[in-house]
Design a protein around this ligand. Structure first.
Ligand SMILES: Cc1c2[nH]c(c1CCC(=O)O)Cc1[nH]c(c(CCC(=O)O)c1C)Cc1[nH]c(c(CCC(=O)O)c1C)Cc1[nH]c(c(C)c1CCC(=O)O)C2
Length: 357
């Protein structure tokens, strides 16, 4: 693995420190999906360019990444991209349809699976690396930059369903009826995800998050069989491959709705475990107390609709319940398109108003 370039030194290292279990003056805070749709300046950029044009043009991806940082005192940036760039790099068509979301017009079947272009897939994602490098320089070391990827199961779901789904029943049918093909696909995705995360780290990502957004469709049995081994393998191999460099890049796992495997998240090899908004911060805080992981979360994205004073109260309550040890404050899922920009500022500033001892 090539060493990172001599980027400007990191000034605000709160988030990286907390991810590694070190003390800070204040709690770090960022917001999943902070760079997108709810920002008027992003909507303006979208009138000029398609979604994937923005992703694939480093200057534009950088511009979108920096947008929320100009408005809010966030402790991290996240590169503007999408989890579906991997299916795209594997040769699948992905369209972003306004009001619908991602559509893959030719979904994966048992029959066409052999058509996936595994060879060279990661090199077709070079533009994400370039966007990260451009953004690292533009950030001037202000805050750390997140890279990210979808998790194997979540990507498998979109590829088979041809987009989002209320049940993921087509993808789950693979798990029940075609376990061998399922494992083959998950192996391919695990390999590509690992190389893609390494590409992002090599190009300047200072922390990386794996989004298993569709965990909520599975149960404990399925998650044990079709998710945990692959998530473990990704963390193990990424850590192994960066061990000989000076880079100590924390890994974050966010498995939305994986309450049935919450305890298992601690031992997968990730430094940070994302907690979704359906979980009780007090119970989760107690469960993970004295374990060697940092928690991230978990305010209900809809709490941003509440009156200002109420929002501040809920934020404080959540932090108190989690405990301030090893906590990265975030929402418990991505911010919604109709979120109020002022509420985001209220949330971020409320977190920073707390001085840690
Ligand atoms: C499941 C998932 C996707 N994408 C992502 C997830 C995991 C997080 C989660 O669970 O919410 C992750 C994602 N998508 C995007 C980012 C980068 C921006 C950021 O987080 O700040 C990230 C980290 C941009 C985006 N991804 C998308 C947009 C809007 C597209 C547009 O501008 O037309 C943006 C800014 C489109 C997208 N992409 C996806 C969906 C379901 C949609 C449509 C609905 C939506 O808008 O969220 C797939």
């Amino acid at each position: 693995l090539i060493m990172q370039q001599p980027f400007p030194p990191l000034k605000n290292d709160r988030l990286i420190r907390v991810a590694k279990g070190l003390k800070t003056d204040k709690l770090p805070v960022w917001i999943m999906r902070q760079a997108g749709r709810y920002l008027p300046e992003f909507q303006e950029l979208r009138r000029e360019y398609s979604f994937f044009e923005i992703c694939q043009t480093p200057k534009l991806a950088c511009e979108a990444t920096l947008m929320p940082l100009k408005r809010f005192n966030l402790d991290a940036a996240i590169i503007f991209s999408d989890i579906l760039v991997i299916p795209q790099a594997l040769g699948m068509t992905v369209e972003m349809q306004p009001g619908v979301g991602p559509v893959l017009p030719k979904p994966l079947t048992i029959e066409n699976m052999k058509m996936l272009q595994v060879q060279g897939a990661v090199s077709r994602l070079q533009y994400v690396g370039d966007a990260i490098t451009t953004t690292r320089y533009a950030l001037k070391g202000e805050v750390p930059l997140f890279g990210f990827s979808g998790a194997p199961w979540t990507l498998m779901g979109y590829m088979i369903e041809g987009g989002g789904s209320k049940t993921m029943s087509k993808a789950k049918k693979w798990l029940y009826c075609h376990p061998e093909a399922s494992k083959q696909l998950l192996d391919i995705l695990t390999e590509v995800i690992t190389e893609f995360l390494l590409l992002q780290i090599e190009h300047g990502a200072q922390i990386v998050q794996v989004f298993d957004s569709s965990a909520e469709y599975l149960n404990r049995q399925l998650y044990f069989k079709y998710c945990l081994p692959y998530l473990r393998k990704i963390a193990y191999n990424v850590k192994r491959r960066i061990r000989d460099t000076k880079m100590d890049v924390p890994l974050v796992i966010f498995a939305k709705g994986a309450h049935f495997c919450l305890e298992e998240m601690e031992s997968l090899g990730y430094d940070v475990v994302g907690i979704d908004w359906t979980l009780d911060p007090e119970k989760v805080g107690n469960l993970f107390r004295d374990k060697n992981v940092t928690l991230q979360g978990n305010l209900d994205p809809c709490a941003l609709y509440a009156p200002k004073e109420e929002l501040i109260k809920m934020t404080m309550q959540m932090i108190k319940q989690f405990g301030t040890d090893r906590l990265i404050v975030n929402l418990g899922h991505g911010i919604y398109p109709d979120a109020d920009v002022e509420a985001v500022k209220t949330f971020v500033d409320a977190v920073h108003a707390i001085e840690l001892k």
